[in-house]
Design a protein around this ligand. Structure first.
Ligand SMILES: Nc1ncnc2c1ncn2[C@@H]1O[C@H](COP(=O)(O)OP(=O)(O)OP(=O)(O)O)[C@@H](O)[C@H]1O
Ligand SMILES: [Mg+2]
Length: 421
C-alpha cells in the first residue's frame, strides 16, 4: 500500500499550528514533512469569536506549512475543545442476529448505534463515539467480540459532544479556505494519543492539556476513555496575574513568564528564591528591570496553579473515577512548562505527575517535540488510526472490523457518505 499524506490544523486560543505528515501504511510510522505555528486570533477559551480573524490565521498557517512541505493541503483534521465539550458514557444492547453463529461486524455496529441513541439538544453534535468494552451474554471486559458466539451483545461507549455553533463556525472557516474537514477531534483526546503510554492508560491516568485559554481533560480507566471535559481556564490566566501583580502590559507579562521558564530550564541551580530575576534584556516599555523570583513564583504563579489543580481535581471527582487513576496526571500543552507545575501539582494533588511530550513521530520534529504541540501531533496520530486507506467496497469488511476495534464509527460513516450519490 502506498504512503499517505495527512494534515491537521490545531486551532488554539494562543496559537494556530498546522502539521503535515506522511503516514506509512506498512510501518505505521508518521514522518513530519511540514509544520508551522503562529499566534491565534479570534479564538477565546476554545470558542471562535471572530470567523474572519481565525480564517486569516488558519490561511497563513496552512500556506506556510504547504511551502515547507512542498505539498498542497486539501483536507485537515481539526481540534475542538473548550467548555462547550461534554461527555457521557452510554450503554447499548442488541440481540445477536444469528445466535447459532459468530458475532459479526453488523452486530457490533448495531450495538454501537443503540448506545449512540442518546437524546441531546439540537444545539449540540456528537463528535466521537468510542467503544469502551463489550459484554457478551453477561461476560464483561471484552475488547473485540467479533467471532465470539452468544445471543446478547452489549457495548459501553464514551460519547463526546460539542457545540454545533462552534463546529459550524470552524467549518465555515475551512470552507472559505477551500479545505475539506477530515474530522473533528477533541483536543484532549488528540493530546492523549500523542503523550500517553498504553501502560498508563491500562492502569488509569488523567491527561491534562493546559493551553492558553482552556484546560482539556481526558481520563482513562482500564485502557478505555471514560471521561472528557474542558475547563475555561488556561495559562493566559497566569500571564494576566503577572500583568496585574507587576503592573505591566499583557505583552510584557507574557515575556516575563517565558523569561522565567527560560531562567529555570537553563540553570541547573536557578539560585535562591530571594534572588532577583534580571529583566533588562527584555527591554520592557514599563522600565521594570528586575523582580524577585519569590514574588513571581510563590506570590503570583503558585496560587493560580493551585486554582487550576483544584479545578482539575473537581473534574476527576465529578467523573466518579477518582480511585481508578493510579498513574496520576500527565500534564501537557504550553501551560505545562509553567515554573512550579510539577512541584505544586505533586503537593496539591498527592498523585504521580509527569509532563507529557509528544512522541512516536519522525522527520522534522525538532520544534514540534514540545508539550505545546501535543494536540497538534496527536491530531495526526489519531487521524492516522482513523484514516481508511484508499479502498473500494471490496474491503468493506476490513473497515468494519477496524470500527469494531475501537475506531470512531462517525468518521468511518463520513468516509462512506462520499460514495453515496
Ligand atoms: N516555556 C513556557 N513556559 C511557560 N509557559 C509557556 C511556555 N511556552 C508556552 N507557554 C504558555 O502556554 C500557553 C499556550 O499553550 P498552547 O500553545 O498549548 O495553547 P493553545 O493550544 O493555543 O490554546 P488552547 O488549547 O487553550 O485553545 C500560553 O499561555 C503560553 O504563555
Ligand atoms: Mg491547545
Amino acid at each position: 500500500m502506498s504512503d499517505k499524506i495527512i494534515a491537521a490544523v490545531d486551532i488554539g486560543s494562543y496559537k494556530v499550528a498546522t502539521v503535515v505528515g506522511v503516514s506509512s501504511s506498512e510501518s505505521n510510522e508518521l514522518r513530519i514533512i511540514g509544520f508551522h505555528s503562529s499566534p491565534s486570533r479570534g479564538v477565546k477559551k476554545g470558542l471562535i469569536v471572530d470567523i474572519d480573524e481565525i480564517t486569516m490565521a488558519v490561511e497563513e498557517s496552512v500556506e506556510k506549512t504547504e511551502r515547507m512541505a512542498g505539498h498542497k493541503i486539501n483536507q485537515v483534521f481539526i481540534s475542538v475543545g473548550g467548555p462547550h465539550i461534554s461527555s457521557i458514557n452510554s450503554h447499548g444492547v442488541v440481540a445477536i442476529s444469528n445466535p447459532q453463529s459468530e458475532i459479526i461486524e453488523d452486530d457490533v455496529n448495531r450495538a454501537i448505534e443503540a448506545a449512540r441513541a442518546i437524546s441531546i439538544s439540537n444545539t449540540r453534535q456528537v463528535i466521537e463515539v468510542i467503544p469502551r468494552e463489550y459484554v457478551v451474554d453477561g461476560q464483561a471486559g471484552i475488547k473485540n467480540p467479533i467471532g465470539m458466539t452468544g445471543v446478547r451483545l452489549e457495548v459501553d461507549t464514551h460519547i463526546i459532544t460539542a457545540s454545533l455553533t462552534n463546529l459550524k463556525n470552524l467549518n465555515r472557516s475551512l470552507s472559505e479556505l477551500g479545505l475539506n474537514n477530515s474530522g473533528y477531534i477533541f483536543a484532549g483526546l488528540a493530546s492523549a494519543e500523542a503523550v500517553l503510554t498504553e501502560t498508563e492508560k491500562e492502569l488509569g491516568v488523567v491527561l491534562v492539556d493546559i493551553g492558553g485559554g482552556k484546560t482539556d481533560i481526558c481520563l482513562f480507566v482500564e485502557g478505555a476513555l471514560s471521561y472528557s471535559s474542558s475547563i475555561p481556564v488556561g495559562a493566559k490566566h497566569i500571564t494576566n496575574d503577572i500583568a496585574v501583580g507587576l503592573r505591566v502590559s499583557l505583552q510584557s507579562a507574557e515575556k516575563i513568564k517565558l523569561h522565567l521558564s527560560h531562567h529555570f530550564s537553563n540553570k541547573k541551580e536557578p539560585g535562591k528564591k530571594d534572588a532577583e530575576l534580571n529583566l533588562i534584556s527584555l527591554h520592557l516599555p514599563e522600565n521594570v528591570s528586575s523582580v524577585t523570583l519569590k514574588s513571581l513564583t510563590d506570590g503570583i504563579i503558585a496560587p493560580r496553579l493551585e486554582e487550576i489543580y483544584k479545578l482539575v481535581s473537581d473534574e476527576i471527582e465529578k467523573s466518579g473515577f477518582s480511585n481508578s487513576v493510579p498513574s496520576g496526571l500527565v500534564i501537557t500543552g504550553g501551560g505545562a512548562m509553567t515554573v512550579g507545575m510539577i512541584e505544586i501539582g505533586r503537593r496539591f494533588m498527592e498523585m504521580p505527575i509527569r509532563i507529557g511530550v509528544p512522541a512516536e513521530i519522525t522527520g522534522l520534529v525538532d520544534e514540534i517535540l514540545n508539550p505545546q504541540f501535543s494536540t497538534t501531533v496527536g491530531l495526526l496520530l489519531y487521524g492516522q488510526k482513523n484514516i481508511i486507506p484508499e479502498v473500494g467496497w471490496k474491503n468493506f469488511n476490513k473497515i468494519l472490523r477496524d470500527v469494531s476495534l475501537g475506531n470512531s464509527i462517525n468518521k468511518i460513516k463520513e468516509f462512506f457518505k462520499q460514495f453515496i450519490p
